[in-house]
Every structure is written in C-alpha cells, then in structure tokens.
Write a protein that binds this ligand. Sequence first.
Ligand SMILES: [Cu+2]
Length: 480
Amino acid sequence: MPSAVGRARRTFEPFARVLLALVLVACSGPTHEPGPPEAPYDPLALPEAVDSNPDPHIFETTLEARVENLELIAGTTTPVWTYDGLLPGPLIRVAVGDRLIVHFTNDLPEETTIHWHGLRIPNDMDGVPDVTQPGVMPGGSFTYDFTVPDAGTYWYHPHYDSAEQVGYGLYGPIVVTDPNEPKDLGSEHVLVLSDMNLNPDGSLIPGDDAGDLGTLFGREGNTFLVNGKVNPLVTVPSGSRQRWRMINAAKSRYYQVGIQGQTFTRIGGDDGFIAAPQPLDRVVITPAQRADVVFDVALPPSSQVPVLWIPYDRGFGSVEFRNSATIFTLATDDHAPVTPPPLPALSRDIEPIDVSSATTQYLQLTENDQDGHVMLGINGVPGSQAQPLMAGVGDTQIWVVENTMDWSHPFHIHGFFFQVLDTNGVPPAVAEWRDTADVTVYGTTRLAVKFTDRPGMWMFHCHILDHADAGMMGMVHLHP
Ligand SMILES: [Cu+2]
C-alpha cells in the first residue's frame, strides 16, 4: 500500500513536470512550439486590395501611386513606379455586379490617371487625361466609382505618358469573379507578365532609349518579370490542376508562353470565358491581352521545368537571333501525383454580332515622318491632330484595321467588347469577346463592335505603348 508521502510525491511530480515544461517553453521561445502547419511559400501570391466598406456589394479601397525602391536584381534597388509600393499593384478581386470605389492619390513626380482596361464602365471613369477627366497632378487625387459589369480578368494602368509609366511598373490586376462559374477549374494564380529595362546597377533605363528605332520596334525590357519577380521557383503537386489567369502588362513585348511537354486548355480571353475550351501547346498574348488557361501538371514528382517566353514573330527583329527565356521555374513537390476530377464541361453562348446593318470604318495604321522624326498615326494622322470617328448609341460598326508597317500592332478599343470577324481573311478558331486584337505585319483585322450604351469620347490605340505615344491612337465620339 503506498504511503501518504508516496501519494503526495506522485501527485506533486506531475505538477512539477508541467511547471518545468511551461518554464522551458517560455524560455525557449516560439521556435520550439509545434504550431499550425505553415502554408508552403508561394512566390506568385499577390497582395490583395483591402475592402473598407461593410456593404458586401461595395468594394471600397485606396490606391496610391508612388515611387518605391524595390530589389528586382539581387543586391540592387530600382526606383519602381508603383501602386501602394507594390509591383504589380494590389490585386483587386471583386464579384460581378459589385460597385468598385477607388480613392486614388498621386504621389508621383508626374501627372497620371488610372484606366480600367477592358471594364465596360461609364466614360467619365475611363481614365484618359483631358478627355474623360482632368489628369491627376502630383499631390492630387481622384475617386473612381463604378459598377463592374462582366466577369473576367482585367487590369489597371495609367493613361498619361503610358509607355514610360507602365514601363516603370505602374500596372495591377483585376479579377472579376462569377459565383456561378463551374468548380474544379484548378488552383488559381493570377500571373502579371511584364518586363522592365534595367541597368546592371538596377537603375531604370530611360523610356526614350534607342531613339526612333526603339519607338518603331517598341521597347522591350531586358528583365522578365512575373508578379514583379525574376524567375521565381514555384512548387506545386505533380498532376495537380492549375489555373493561370495571365495578363500581358508589358508595354511592347508579345508573350508566347510554353512549357516543354505540357498542353494548356485555354478557357478564357480578354473578356471572360471563350465559347469553348481550346487546347494549345503555346499561348500567345499580345500586350494588354489576357489568357485564362487550365492544365494538369504533366511532371513527375520532384522535378522542374522552365516556363518559357518563346520568341514570337511580330515583325522585323522580333525573332532573328533571339532565344527563348525563362519566365519562371515550375517545380513539383515529392508527393505522389494527384489526379484532379474531370474538367467540367465549359461553354458560353457568344452570339455573333449582327452586322447586317453595320456601317464600316477604315483605319490604316501608318508610319509618318514629322520634322525628320518618326511619327505614327491612323490614316496618316497622329492622334493629337485627328478628328474623332463618329458613332451613335445603338450603332453596330465594322472596323477594318489595316497595318501598313513592318511590325504588328495590338489594337485596343476602350469601353466596349468587340468580336474579331477575321484576321487576314481567316475567322478566329473560337468565338470570344475581345478588347485587344492583333493586326499582323501588312495584315488586316476586321472586327465588329456594337456601341450599346455609354456615350462619350472613347479612345482606341495600338497597345504597344511606344506606338500609342508616338501617335497611333484616336477617338470615337459616341453620341446619344
Ligand atoms: Cu503598334
């Protein structure tokens, strides 16, 4: 029979042990605590804009444009032009039909605005300085306030000195979600693809580098960036389904994206889902376009493969003597491969625009000389000197856009979706809504646009921003 002393010791000892353990834990600090399992580091994760409005259907936030020193090349700093100090700017994620309010302040040394690329919003929210709003001066502010009408992947960027400002880093992604979209589309990443022209010490190469030749070709940065990073290592489970919402935010570079041994299924483009999924080995995204792709990672465990930029022929000098480059490295973890559920059936009714009573506008994309300097234009006239095209609300128009130059032009219309009728006589492989379409070297793209509503002055331009700034832009005056 245990003595009273023995009982007391046995009762005391566990207390002492617990006490000792507590003291040890307190002294050893948090590193010895097991804690919750850490989520694997995701270098592609983007900080998201924060909603300060309690109304679930209003997303209200702030954006500040400012110069921020960031380390893009290891050991150097670059004075990047940013939204909120981030490259790219914060991801704005809203649901279709939400009201978005952005209180914007400009702390750059230069005038700026925000253009909401692809969003079908009222004209006075379109962000074109001196056309739809006064430019936002240094120290100034402007409130953007509109309803987001369409699900899809979009982006925002300035429309003042845009080649320089976008080239220096001013851009950010917008995802407009649809609560009714099919599930099982995969683990989602928003990929903002861009480039930046940097000196070895990290400083910015000026936006007028290489003079007229730079303007004609369109300046491509020498540093590839994905979500503001240089060649990050991204680890995912073997076999897992990935969904990449890719945005080409580069000011001039075309992205042709490919992975050795991997097929993509493109499910969306500029303005939401396309009519039917499209299998592709490579995805071509002109400046400003978007591509929404899914794929099941065709890599064994513990392996890695480069996600490549592959030279794409957009005219003289774009493919000659150029090699593929790594955008980032895709790796698999050491777990057994996973098998995702079958891809849900995806289809979207995209009725062809009725062009039976459409009028036709002819636009030649032209190169002009002015005082011995390269000047670009539309129908021989730079944007600053051009008369606007005319359209009435409810009109349908066919725009025949003809390229007379040695370089392709990604042609963008603000505020409206359009349908490409054909490119060099060939209709698109799959029906889709676009806001930016490629016009190939000496080629012709015909597109149909219905000006449904929202009168005002709407801009259109080449989205090689060096070309736009050199005059390849114009306006369509949409009257009530
Ligand atoms: Cu162009």
